[in-house]
Design a binder for this molecule. Structure first.
Ligand code: ACO
Length: 382
């Protein structure tokens, strides 16, 4: 008997399935609107901080100044890694992909948590705080170790963006760079039930732990159809031989039915509001850092894509201009997606915690199309 029944509909990408209620983020893909807990993303990017945005997503309201202070202190108290974790960062093969390093290291955090199997809200939130707080040290210091540099431990006086850049570069970042990264972290913090967030929900839905959920999410985010697109955008920009070569490159890709990374979205059929914000931002950072050529190439790609496929609802997504922004900040290309993960920790935890309040095991079915009653043929007769 097939697993599916006649009352079920086939929904391969779950595009037509609502898997529960959520108060975290609202997306209107037709109008290009994104809100976290009702607050427009543009307003958060202009006025908030990444830490405040995390509090908002986990608690469904903005914190009072005292609450924000306590929450920030709590995160910072978990910045540092244990000796065993620092040893592990040093021991990772230098050629390892940073997303795999991050995934393995988040799994290792479970070894050190005696409350790993405690699914109370407090214990799960504490695990989420540990992951959020330690991820920057892991990513930044893996990058240092692979370059043959000494470990730089986190400074508990820094916010997350500043701490990451200080560890990465071994020096305090300029105010503009720290602000730019903080804004990128806000813009990437949550986005409904995207593929990696869904992965966390599937994992916590089995009453497994937050570390397992986030390692699943990191592996999911890595894919080029999801968070891995930001790295592909940068490789594409490097592959194109200057502004005059953009048109042929893009038209060539489209004629071969190859996708252009950083464009299109399952939900947005209007421009992704995060891309709108990042576009302006990318231009000012690129100007300041002497990377205006890249920005002009990006604008040209956008113009050509708009004229060719804009009518089909294919517009820049968050990954398109974040690539130029990260590159202008001097970040290695293979750190782009780990930085996305650093931010999306906020949304992964928000949805996992929310799901646990009203959990149901996620267990869809498929339409079986294979044979029935097949004979087992002994190996010697095959
Ligand atoms: N470039 C060119 N054509 C595209 C693109 C693109 N980036 N994206 C979609 N299309 C075209 C497809 O070729 C297809 O055309 P057809 O109808 O002529 O066959 C049509 O648009 C529909 O495409 P699907 O892939 O079926 O649409 P889906 O809703 O599954 O796509 C996705 C969403 C996967 C994001 C897709 O747009 C894509 O692959 N984009 C490139 C990768 C990317 O940037 N991913 C990041 C997404 S944002 C994020 O996850 C953070």
């Amino acid at each position: 008997m097939s697993e599916a029944t006649t009352t079920m509909t086939m929904d391969k990408g779950l595009d037509h399935t609502i898997i529960g209620e959520s108060t975290k983020s609202f997306i209107d893909g037709q109008k290009g609107v994104l809100e976290y807990v009702g607050i427009d993303i543009d307003s958060l990017a202009r006025n908030s901080t990444f830490e405040e945005t995390c509090f908002l997503l986990w608690n469904d309201r903005l914190p009072t100044p005292d609450e924000l202070e306590a929450y920030t202190r709590r995160i910072r108290s978990h910045y540092d890694l244990s000796d065993a974790m620092w040893d592990a960062v040093r021991a990772v093969p230098h050629g390892a992909p940073p997303m795999h390093v991050l995934q393995a290291m988040v799994a290792m955090l479970a070894f050190e948590d005696p409350a790993c199997d405690d699914q109370s809200r407090d214990a799960e939130e504490e695990k989420a705080i540990r992951i959020l707080a330690k991820t920057p040290a892991i990513i930044a210091n893996f990058d240092r170790v692979r370059k043959g540099l000494e470990i730089v431990r986190p400074d508990a006086g820094d916010d997350i963006a500043t701490s990451f850049l200080r560890m990465l570069n071994g020096a305090a970042p300029g105010e503009a760079s720290a602000k730019a990264l903080d804004v990128c972290l806000i813009l990437h913090a949550d986005h409904g039930i995207n593929a990696s967030t869904f992965a966390t929900m599937v994992v916590v839905g089995t009453e497994s732990d937050m570390y397992s959920a986030v390692t699943g999410a990191i592996g999911t985010l890595r894919g080029p159809l999801h968070g891995g697109a930001n790295e592909r955008v940068m490789h594409m920009l490097q592959e194109i031989d200057g502004l005059d070569a953009v048109e042929d490159f893009v038209l060539g890709r489209l004629s071969r039915k190859e996708k252009v990374p950083g464009f299109g979205h399952r939900v947005y059929k209007a421009i992704d509001p995060r891309a709108t914000y990042l576009k302006t931002f990318a231009e000012s950072i690129a100007t300041e850092t002497g990377n205006l050529d890249l920005f002009h190439m990006s604008r040209r790609i956008e113009e050509i894509m708009e004229s060719q496929v804009g009518a089909k609802g294919i517009h820049p997504n968050v990954d398109f201009y974040s690539a130029t922004t990260y590159y202008s900040l001097g970040l290695a290309i293979d750190l782009f997606t780990p930085i996305f993960a650093m931010s999306r920790n906020a949304g992964w935890a928000a949805h996992a915690l929310e799901r646990l309040e009203d959990n149901r095991l996620i267990r869809p079915r498929c339409q079986y199309t294979g044979p029935h009653g097949a004979a087992y043929i002994p190996a010697s007769e095959r």
